[in-house]
Design a protein around this ligand. Structure first.
Ligand SMILES: Cc1ncc(COP(=O)(O)O)c(C=O)c1O
Length: 392
């Protein structure tokens, strides 16, 4: 049988990364390829305590096992709005919030709300692979904007706003995936100014902002958005558990309404039980305390990787030094091709992701992404030693 699949998925190159994950799932391989939160940071005890409480009372749990409304279970959006106030996101009502199935669904629904085939979307170079795939599925025209060590380049952004008239600008301003970079306050303000002047919506993707283990916090762009140009898309995947598949978007009520309509046709609502678990978890004040407990784990792992880079990687390897999040980005100034080197790394039982997958076009061949969050400091040291040998 010949299957005639849609054009929407034809452009997606899932194979390379799927192969990598197959290789890295072997326990003998030290993996810097994934983006998992630290296993030790998952709040197993608190969640099991809450779940036991729920299941102890059959009449209460029955509602949690039922269908619910698309926007989010009653009371949860209010809890989310309370929880983001310390980030400076204030003055919002429940009409401005949608609970989503992971942060990724918020990104997808925004595309669904705005994009027709061929519409332009600006993304930083490099950017989150998952979002590039989402854009492909909407047949969008993805346009990369150059970036420096502080994020997106303002002159290139303005030039591309004028040339392509994009509907959306996608940014991960804090601890970007894949680079770990954070965009400073003044540049955030300038981006908002440019976007509003050119009528583009900013998708501020912020799954990592709370995972800051050093340096000074920078407010989310949503906190300085006076004109309704920013939609804040976040997730509990890295701060509580990715398996619960729960995130949220905060934006102008017209946009949230459109996203809600889009969600109704996709999964009706985010898993009711996950929402109840997270709502109760935040109400019991576990949220910030568990993040606080997990930050030293991330810092220790990032420090272990930075030290091992110094010790084992060649001098031509230039890299970021993130103050939070999960990733370090590196480029070989001598032009070393990181895809060509990948089999050597796997032979030495260590894995990374080659940088080229994070570009929509004109990919850099000499780059790679390293994840430090899900391996112990000892395995990071051993893995980087092996990686240094693979690249020597
Ligand atoms: C930048 C970025 N955005 C969104 C997501 C998706 O998050 P979720 O697992 O909550 O859908 C990820 C996950 O790795 C990510 O790195």
């Amino acid at each position: 049988m010949d299957y005639t699949f849609s054009k929407a998925l034809a452009g997606m190159n899932g194979t390379a990364t799927r192969e990598i994950f197959k290789l890295t799932s072997k326990p003998e391989v030290i993996s810097f390829a994934g983006g998992l939160p630290a296993g030790d940071a998952l709040p197993v005890q608190q969640l099991s305590e809450i779940a036991s409480e729920f299941f102890y009372d059959p009449s209460a749990v029955r509602g949690m096992l039922q269908y619910s409304v698309t926007e989010g279970i009653p009371g949860f959006r209010e809890v989310v709005l309370e929880q983001v106030k310390d980030l400076g996101i204030i003055g919002q009502t429940v009409e401005n919030v949608l609970i989503t199935s992971g942060g990724g669904q918020g990104l997808d629904l925004l595309c669904k709300a705005f994009l027709d085939p061929g519409d332009a979307v600006l993304v930083e170079r490099p950017t989150f692979l998952g979002f590039l795939q989402t854009l492909n599925s909407y047949n969008a025209r993805t346009v990369g904007v150059e970036a420096d060590e502080c994020g997106i380049d303002l002159a290139d952004l303005e030039g591309k706003l004028l040339e392509y008239h994009p509907k959306l600008i996608y940014l991960i301003p804090t601890f970007s995936n894949p680079t770990g970079k954070t965009c400073p306050l003044e540049r955030r303000k300038a981006i908002i100014e440019l976007a509003s002047r050119h009528g583009a919506i900013i998708m501020e993707d912020d799954p990592y902002g709370r995972l800051r283990f050093s340096g000074e916090a920078v407010a989310p762009m949503k906190a300085m958005d006076e004109r309704g140009v920013v939609v804040y898309v976040s997730s509990f995947s890295k701060t509580i558990s990715p398996g619960l598949r729960c995130g949220f978007s905060i934006g102008p009520s017209e946009i949230i309404r459109k996203m809600t309509i889009g969600k109704q046709g996709v999964d009706l609502h985010t898993a009711t039980l996950s929402q109840h678990l997270i709502k109760r978890y935040i109400e019991k004040e576990f949220f910030l305390s568990n993040i606080k407990r997990s930050l030293p784990i991330y810092k220790e792992r990032k420090d272990a990787m930075m030290n091992a880079i110094k010790r084992y990687m060649p001098d031509s390897f230039k890299h970021t030094d993130p103050e939070g999040g999960l990733f370090i980005w590196g480029e070989f100034m001598d032009g070393t091709d990181t895809s060509a080197k990948f089999p050597f790394a796997i032979e030495k039982k260590v894995a990374y992701i080659q940088g080229e997958v994070f570009y929509a076009e004109n990919a850099k061949k000499n780059a790679l992404r390293l994840n430090y969050s899900n391996e112990s400091p000892e395995r990071i040291e051993a893995g980087m030693k092996a990686l240094g040998q693979a690249f020597s």
